[in-house]
Ligand binder design. Structure first.
Ligand SMILES: *Cc1c(COP(=O)(O)O)cnc(C)c1O
Length: 221
């Protein structure tokens, strides 16, 4: 399927009501699909795989904001450190330290979101609230000047039960607001990234400020 431009325009209109940012998730899709949305003025694209992101970044316009939304391994940070706009899925202090190290080499501050575990499935990555507090405490003691923590990200359970999904988004929004007060020079909780094709409407109702939508725009993978 080619890019669904009508769907794109409809989603943009829906998101405009609350000023929610759209990250168009282009993983596994061709650069030509990305360009089709780029030509409509879209600039924020999300990718899950480092190699694919690096390849696409090299061939596409340089003013694209590339979001890394997959699980980032510490040994791969160096490949995207020079250009990534926002890393969504950070869930360890070790990874933050590596991002800081690569940022320092480039003298570039790298923006990240902390991934919070809200789903019932064991397999999803992310921090629980205790681990979140540990990371925030660690950063207070050992500031990482080349990392900017801009907010949180979460994924709901893979289920048709939309009430359960809503509860998970609600809990993430509560965690987000509970820890928002802990801002410092390198920590500012401005972005709450939650919601995908199947559940973004609920996510917005529950306080999301950034949605990550793939299949609705680009077709099934
Ligand atoms: C693939 C992916 C998305 C987009 O999923 P769709 O259901 O296609 O909208 C959003 N977030 C993450 C983390 C993803 O891996």
């Amino acid at each position: 399927m080619a890019v669904n431009k009508e769907q794109y325009l409809a989603i943009k209109e829906q998101l405009a009501v609350k000023g929610t940012t759209l990250v168009a998730v282009s993983k596994t899709k061709a650069p030509s699909d990305i360009l089709a949305l780029y030509e409509l003025g879209h600039r924020d694209f999300g990718e899950n795989y480092v190699q694919e992101l690096v390849d696409k970044q090299a061939q596409l316009p340089s003013d694209i904001n590339w979001h890394f939304i997959g699980h980032l391994q510490t040994n791969k940070v160096k490949y995207l450190a020079s250009f990534v706009h926002l890393v969504h899925g950070v869930d360890s202090f070790k990874l933050l330290r590596e991002i800081n190290k690569q940022g320092e080499k480039l003298q570039r501050k790298i923006s990240v979101l902390l991934q919070i575990h809200i789903a019932t499935e064991e397999t999803k990555f992310g921090l629980d609230e205790t681990e979140l507090v540990e990371i925030l405490d660690s950063i207070e003691k050992d500031p990482l000047p080349f990392v900017q923590i801009k907010g949180m990200m979460g994924m709901a359970s893979f289920t048709d039960n939309m009430e359960a999904v809503r509860e998970e988004f609600k809990s993430l929004n509560q965690i987000f607001h509970a820890h928002k007060v802990r801002h410092s020079e390198n920590v500012s909780f401005d972005i709450l990234s939650m919601g995908m094709s199947a559940d973004f409407t609920i996510a917005i109702e529950e306080g999301s400020s950034m949605v990550r939508i793939g299949s609705l725009l680009f077709g099934n993978r």
